[in-house]
Design a protein around this ligand. Sequence first.
Ligand SMILES: [Zn+2]
Length: 477
Amino acid sequence: MHILSLVHLKKNIKTLKVTKSKNATRRTNICRYWIQYTLEAKITIFKIRRRKYIMIFTNAKLYGSNENYTIEIENKKIKKLKSQQCNIKSKKEVIDLKGKLVLPPFVESHIHLDYAFSVGDPYWNESGTLFEAIHIWSKRKKEKKETKSQIKNRATKAINSLIKNGVQHIRSHVDITSPELTGLQALLELKSEFKKWIDLQLVAFPQEGLISYPNGEELMEESIKMGVDALGAIPHYELTEEDGEKSIKKITKLASRHNKLIDVHCDEIDNPQSKFLEVLAGEAYKTGMKNMVTASHTTAMGSYDNSYTQKLFKLLYLSDINFIALPKANMHLQGRNDTYPKRRGITRVKELVESGMNVSFGLDSIKDPWYPLGSTSLINMVEFGLHATHMTGYKDIITALDFITTNGARTLNITNNYELQEGGDANFIVLDVQSDYEAIYSQPQVVYSVRQGEIILNCTPAELNTSESASFLQQKE
Ligand SMILES: [Zn+2]
């Protein structure tokens, strides 16, 4: 039954009700119409539910492979993933990718959505240091007292921009050092509102210290009750070294008890004596939490001496924890007290990767007191990171997208249905390039983002106008 017929039936019933409602015969008619309408509506819905939704992408070059594939989607799942020879039935919807690169959706593994687009208010971080950024944010919280909807507006702008860049998984830290926990309320709402487009994981992050901030531990416990996915800490910012250690041990205990993940802003400082990574990895190993634990930043490792680092790597490997490097943010924030030589302020990415440890890259900031610029292109960040870490060998380049795909998924503990596979969720993106190498050097556009079998982003790449008249005009210039 057509939808319009259902509307028509509804109208008939309404008319009868209004004009002849006191007439018993008419009432019988209403009942008859209503039963007929309800039955036919049920049949229609049943038919719609039974109808299979099929979409096919052909000539897809899979990341890490030189072959072209056909991806057949049926009812939100990848039904078939086959090398190109298979037949395509003309009735089904077919999108010819012409050899474009297909890969799982990007993962933004470390960002602060509640800080996004707050740069310059109440003032700019002219020193460029981490500590001035924290001071500005603290002042802003006290003076501005933003409402939930104001925070949601800023965060929404950031999420939309990330979706346009092919991101479908985000881990956002959210500041819980405010008695009202407004930021957390805002992001919890966005987590549910954006479910169709992204998976948003939230980390309770005590920006001004878990131990040092008034009632910091109670605010952490309240955040757990409100439904965060992971617990954070900032040991190098606590007032004393002892408090730093205490903060790590406290969240490990809580996370273990409540079955939460851990992601610590760990040693984001140039001080080679900042060794909280050792404490965090030790706790992860001893409690058995292992890969549920992540160490973000670890920039002090870039200043450790080699003999200490060599010993540390044994523990890091045993602990099986994840690492997140934030190339743009930390190249900006670190080395601010150096004259020359200036440190790069980035952790030992190359060495961690070569030792078999899991490392992903994150943006950290979009126009906030910690970082004044705001590109949400993860590919751009990866290219930047390769420069910063001296990872510009051919193998480094062609596997670099791992930092924002599979490695990020591992960090976020996405255990099911991330990789493209038959029977898996139909979630993937398409880049406007034909090889893994080209994806890094040419900074391509994301032309499709497909989620649960639906195209959530479709972008037409820019094309050069090569018509005769355009060529003529160019010659005249
Ligand atoms: Zn951060």
